[in-house]
Design a protein around this ligand. Structure first.
Ligand SMILES: [Zn+2]
Length: 621
């Protein structure tokens, strides 16, 4: 039905945010706070490091705290770890981690594994007892921290960077020496749901907001990119502009790189002796940093990437809200693409389209994860899905893709998963999907459709207004599913709890159909049916023999509201509400059957109807 699709007239209208209309109403919200001061001494020959960490913890909860937990992520990269065993038991293991039928973690030698251990720990000068349980350090406090109180934890730690297997590691596939993520003892988050001490199996982000002050001491020949602002560009021997060529001559000594990252919930760094380091100033925006390997074949793509990054930054600034930091770094490293505070690690040996695609996705995560810090393990659709949604719109614009439906890949992937019967609800814990593919479709594709389809329900302008409002209200917090749906409810003046429940907590599907189109004297009676369990409002397009068109709209009764006419140029008739429990709905058009060429439910196809074939009625030829 390509011919009908061009009448979808999807228009994403980008209005400026009007502050102060819908404030956050959840006055009982609180969140913990951490300030990290770390000094790390790194040996680039054996990939081992030692560090000190002074962590000031503020207990903003209404309760006393008598224990704390730290994530010690690098311990996942050891034979027999939960990450290793899961890899050996999931039917579709990540091919980066599982080669020739074997877990790469299972085969690591002692000098290749990752580890991170506390060697001493004190609370306000008093020695603490602690035990390491997999990737989690369990700490019993010497003195409980009262509600509103503070404690300072001093830890000495030692670590070894694993061979690059997933996200972090040494010597990645493109020869980047150090991709340093999940590398330091990281305090677990405690919030209204209690402690979040998930073992490191697959996903990781749910951290405590705070300020980081990090000093990294390593071989002078290395160039470092990191989450924070460099404090000592002169001391490290160059103005943080030119890469290592002239520094290589002084091999043997170490340099200390001092970074500060305010108001983040994670700290990443990467280093390589052959990094080229370019910067690009955006007017009224952050400085963009690019660090990539000095290889002739990379130069053209990585130079051209820079203006595209600026384009993407301004697209997100305009459509979600202003990026709040003064710096963003695109760093070659890691094993694909992964978002971090104030930067990303991406692999760099790609076609230009793929390089831009991965940059856009990871940059979008600066909004949907690193400023709107949802718990990725519980609600991965809120960061991966919303990121996929906004990056699809961004790619369509900055790469001039001109797609009629920029989200078509997400819909195709969701329909594919439904058809093979492997779907699990989006509310499944990210580590507990039976298949990796079921996780990624639920998080990325169905998560993106959560928004694109919500645009169909409430109208595209209301959806985009809701996103800007959500960003304004929940930045630097940990928003939950209820926060996004309440924001859309307030902006659209509709009741949408049914949408959140069915789409995110069940595998109910949407299937509406045209049951019959029959003559009734000079008029025509159209009967629609609801086949799937999930309710939706319907847009119905009627095309006449002379190619004139009009639309009809059946709001869902339980929305208690109506969207504006999405097809500005077409006449729309608002029909009665369709109460969900009724399996069918009838209405009469004041035109003879012989004048009607076609009837189509949702020509935009933004409603994820699993069987579009029965959405179309066409006059027999
Ligand atoms: Zn992502």
């Amino acid at each position: 039905m390509k011919i009908l699709l061009k009448y979808t007239l999807i228009s994403f209208c980008f209005l400026n945010f009007l502050p102060g209309i819908y404030g956050q109403s959840n006055h009982s919200y609180w969140q913990q706070h951490v300030d990290y001061q770390m000094e790390v001494d790194f040996d680039v020959e054996n990939f081992q490091y030692t560090g000190t960490q002074k962590l000031t913890y503020t207990n903003n909860s209404p309760e006393e705290i008598s224990k704390v937990y730290y994530h010690m992520y690098f311990n996942a990269f050891q034979p027999g770890s939960e990450m290793d065993i899961r890899l050996q038991n999931i039917p579709d293991p990540d091919p980066r981690m599982f080669v020739d039928g074997q877990s790469r973690i299972a085969n690591l030698k002692p000098e290749e594994i990752g580890y991170l251990n506390a060697t001493s720990l004190e609370q306000d000068g008093v020695k603490l007892e602690y035990s390491l349980e997999g990737t989690v350090l369990v700490v019993k406090l010497a003195k409980a921290i009262p509600a509103g109180g503070k404690a300072t934890f001093d830890m000495n730690f030692e670590g070894q960077v694993p061979i690059q297997i997933r996200r972090s590691g040494r010597d990645n596939a493109e020869g980047i020496a150090l991709s340093m993520v999940q590398w330091y003892p990281k305090l677990a988050e405690y919030d209204f749901e209690g402690w979040h001490v998930d073992p490191y199996i697959g996903r990781e982000f749910h951290g405590v907001w705070g300020d980081f002050d990090v000093k990294l001491t390593l071989d002078k020949t290395y160039v470092v990119g990191a989450s924070g602002y460099l404090q000592n560009p002169q001391e490290v021997g160059h103005g943080y502009e030119e890469a290592g060529s002239k520094l290589k001559k002084v091999r043997g000594n170490k340099l200390t790189w001092h970074f500060k990252a305010p108001q983040v919930h994670d700290f990443m760094w990467a280093a390589d002796p052959e990094y080229i380091h370019d910067t690009l100033e955006i007017s009224d925006g952050p400085t963009l940093h690019f660090l990539y390997k000095n290889k002739p074949e990379l130069l053209e793509n990585w130079k051209n990437l820079q203006s595209k990054t600026a384009d993407a930054m301004s697209f997100f600034n305009q459509n979600i809200g202003l990026y709040p930091y003064k710096q963003y770094s695109v760093i070659q490293g890691g094993d694909g693409g992964m978002e971090y505070a104030m930067g990303t690690l991406i692999t760099g040996e790609r076609t230009f389209g793929s390089l831009v695609g991965v940059m856009v996705h990871e940059l979008a995560h600066s909004w949907f994860q690193h400023v709107l810090a949802t718990n990725e393990l519980k609600h991965s659709w809120m960061d991966e899905g919303f990121t996929t949604f906004i990056s699809s719109l961004c790619m369509n614009e900055i790469m001039e893709q001109n797609k009629e439906n920029p989200f078509e890949n997400s819909y195709a992937s969701y329909y594919g998963l439904v058809s093979v019967g492997k779907e699990q609800p989006q509310s499944t814990h990210a580590d507990r999907y039976a298949f990796n593919s079921a996780y990624s479709t639920a998080a990325y594709s169905k998560g993106s459709i959560f928004l694109s389809q919500l645009g169909y329900v409430v109208g595209q302008e209301k959806l985009m207004e809701s996103l800007r409002q959500y960003y304004a209200d929940f930045q630097f917090k940990h928003p939950t599913p209820n926060d996004i749906i309440r924001t859309v409810e307030k902006v659209s003046d509709m009741e949408l709890d049914w949408y959140l429940i069915d789409w995110t907590q069940t595998t109910n599907t949407i299937d509406y159909g045209i049951k019959s189109v029959v003559a009734e004297g000079d008029k025509t009676r159209i009967t629609l049916e609801r086949i799937g369990l999930m309710p939706m409002p319907l847009d119905i397009l009627v095309v006449y023999n002379d190619d004139s068109r009009e639309t009809f709209y059946t709001p869902l009764r339980m929305m208690h509201g109506e969207k504006e006419n999405p097809y500005n140029s077409l006449q729309r008739t608002v029909l009665d509400d369709w109460p969900w429990a009724y399996p069918s709905f009838e209405y009469v058009i004041d035109k003879p059957l012989g004048s009607i060429k076609a009837v189509v439910i949702d020509p935009s196809q933004l409603m994820a109807d699993i069987n579009f074939a029965n959405n179309i009625w066409q006059k027999a030829q």
